[in-house]
Each structure stands twice: as structure tokens, then as C-alpha cells.
Design a protein around this ligand. Structure first.
Ligand SMILES: C[S@@+](CC[C@H](N)C(=O)[O-])C[C@H]1O[C@@H](n2cnc3c(N)ncnc32)[C@H](O)[C@@H]1O
Length: 322
């Protein structure tokens, strides 16, 4: 197991615990581009550290934050000073100070305030109201920015700023449709879209039409793709898997989501990775999977190879079902 780097900005659905499993499926040549149209926290690509990458998201605040690091506007030294001084004000005025920074961020959109809010709001949730205003509540921890926490965040910024200097990385604010169309053979597209049917917010909503468009674009791409989704939980199966992703290779693995702080509040979920290539594990590769991991071949009768005619057939099938 490789040690996983955790990025400076958190988000709901962050895949920290699945990084190693996802990256085990990835084999990217030096001249291939890593394309991540739903970057969120960026934890998957940042741990891969590809030479060439496009990190994209519809949320402009995520992209502005990483562009500010790229331009040198946000550095580890400046971040330490900022978090120490903002931390002092939070410790003095608590909720009132959090509210003031939130109001300022909603007027001015500074990436510094985005960092402050993300690390002092409830569970690091990035949530925006229907007017695009950040509205996640305060986590009620006035001593949040204690020295150890400031050092942790500063180190996270240091890691990512060094990683982006070693490669050719682009940060793009765009809808996934505009990003996927840039991929060519030899690239890998990793998609982690919001889950269908989940509560929607201003930047982070997802519809059946989005899922259909994503499936159509990926069926046609000449690049390799991997998409993260859910397979089933104790109550339901993900019906979108059969409807949109039938015929692709699928790996699953049990994962526990924590609800609240208690260790006992764990909800098991079977996570799925759908891909248009055969992972080593399905090819009789030498990799060994732990007992916790299971592999499910969806629709065994459908061929897995993604030659152009098969992709075209799938696309047609997807269209006819909608
Ligand atoms: C589940 S999160 C990604 C989490 C990420 N893989 C991680 O581990 O941190 C989904 C992301 O998709 C973005 N998103 C939602 N709709 C989008 C769209 N139409 N185009 C591009 N990004 C979108 C959201 O802003 C959010 O950051």
C-alpha cells in the first residue's frame, strides 16, 4: 500500500480511501495525458503525479485555488502566515468570524477565503445555494487552526505545488463534455461524477441526461477511461450500471462510509470501477486481491474488448434505451 497524499482542499465524496485501488488499474505512458474532468479534491491524480495532466471541474473555486498555487500567489510560506492570522481571529470571535469570511468570500471569491472556509466548515463540505453562494455551516471549532493543523495544511500545499512543477499540468474550469472531447489514444480519463439521485447543489448537480451524455462520450473515446460509481448498498442496486455501463469491465470493492463521528455508524457500500479496457485482474494477471475485494463481471455474455464497432454498438444501445 502506498502512503496516500491528502490534498489541501476537501470535498464530499473524496476518494482518499480508494486511491490505491483506483491507481492499481492505471498504466499511463509518459507521453499520455491524465484527464480528470471531475477533479473535486484532485486526490486521485495528485497521488499519481502524471507528467501531463488536465484537472477540470465545473466549480470555479477549486480551479482558482490550484491556479493560484501554480502562479505562486499561494505558497506554503504565505499559507502558514495566512492561516495563523485567520486562526487567531477565529479563536477570538468563533462563529461571527466564520460568517464574516463566508460573506466576504461570497462577495469576492478569494481562493484564500475558500481555503479558510473549507478547513473550518462542517466536514469540509463544499456546498453552494441556488445563487452560487457558499452556505456550508461552521464546524464550531474555534481552535481549528492550531499549530499542528496549520503545519499539516501548509505541507499539503507544499506537496501539490512541487508535484505540479514536475509535470505539465493544466487546471480547467469546464463542463465534462468539453474536457472529454480533448482526449486522444494513449490518454487516460478518470471520471468521478456526482452520484445520480443525490442532493444537488449549484456546481455539483447530476442528472440522467448528464449520465447519458457521459456514457455516450466515453463509449466513443479512443482513450482509456475509468469511471467511479456505486454498485449497490444494503438497500439498493445502482440501476444506471446496467442502463449506461453495460458491457464494460467492472471491478467492485466494499467500502464503508462514515455517518457522523461514531465508529459504529458505518454504512457499507459496494463501490464500482467501470473501464473500457481489461484490468490485469481479469486477464489472469499476477496481482493479488485481498479478501475484502471482490470482482464482478457485469453481463458476462457481453465482450469486453473495446474495438470501435463494439463501442458504436454500445452507444446505439444506450441511445435506444433513453
Ligand atoms: C464526487 S466529486 C469528485 C471527487 C473527487 N474524485 C475526489 O476524490 O475528491 C464530483 C465533482 O464533479 C464536479 N461536477 C459536477 N458536475 C460537473 C460537470 N457537469 N462538469 C464537470 N464537473 C462537474 C463537482 O463540482 C465535484 O467537484
Amino acid at each position: 500500500m502506498n502512503k496516500v497524499f491528502v490534498p489541501p482542499i476537501k470535498c464530499q465524496g473524496i476518494k482518499t480511501k480508494l486511491v490505491n485501488w483506483i491507481l492499481e488499474q492505471v498504466s499511463l505512458a509518459d507521453d499520455g495525458c491524465w484527464i480528470e474532468p471531475f477533479m473535486g479534491s484532485g486526490v486521485i491524480g495528485f497521488n499519481l503525479r502524471p507528467k501531463k495532466a488536465v484537472f477540470a471541474d465545473k466549480n470555479p473555486h477549486l480551479i482558482n485555488f490550484y491556479r493560484a498555487i501554480q502562479k505562486g500567489d499561494i505558497t506554503p510560506v504565505k499559507a502558514k502566515a495566512f492561516l495563523e492570522s485567520e486562526g487567531e481571529k477565529l479563536s477570538r470571535d468563533g462563529q461571527a468570524y466564520f460568517n464574516a469570511v463566508r460573506a466576504r468570500f461570497n462577495r469576492e471569491g478569494s481562493p484564500w477565503d475558500f481555503l479558510f472556509l473549507n478547513r473550518s466548515c462542517f466536514n469540509g463540505i463544499i456546498r453552494f445555494n441556488s445563487k452560487g453562494g457558499f452556505n456550508t455551516p461552521y464546524n464550531h471549532k474555534p481552535e481549528r487552526f492550531a499549530q499542528a493543523y496549520v503545519t499539516k495544511i501548509t505541507n499539503q500545499i507544499d506537496y501539490v505545488s512541487k508535484a505540479m512543477k514536475t509535470g505539465d499540468w493544466e487546471f480547467v474550469c469546464a463542463d465534462f463534455r468539453d474536457v472529454i472531447s480533448r482526449a486522444t489514444a494513449g490518454d487516460i480519463i478518470y471520471c468521478d461524477p456526482p452520484y445520480l439521485g443525490r442532493h444537488a447543489d449549484y456546481f455539483d448537480s447530476w442528472s440522467e441526461a448528464n449520465e447519458r451524455d457521459l456514457a455516450g462520450l466515453l463509449a466513443d473515446t479512443s482513450a482509456h477511461f475509468i469511471i467511479s460509481t456505486w454498485h449497490s448498498n444494503q438497500y439498493r442496486q445502482n440501476t444506471a450500471l446496467k442502463k449506461y455501463w453495460n458491457g464494460f469491465a467492472t471491478l467492485t470493492r466494499e467500502h464503508f462510509y462514515h455517518v457522523g463521528a461514531k465508529e459504529t455508524n458505518r454504512n457499507p457500500m459496494l463501490e464500482a470501477l467501470v473501464m473500457n479496457f481489461e484490468p490485469d485482474a481479469l486477464m489472469g494477471g499476477s496481482r493479488r486481491y485481498s479478501d475484502a475485494e471482490q470482482m464482478v463481471l457485469m453481463e458476462k455474455s457481453v465482450p469486453y474488448r473495446t474495438t470501435t464497432p463494439a463501442s458504436a454498438r454500445r452507444r446505439k444501445a444506450i441511445k435506444s434505451k433513453c
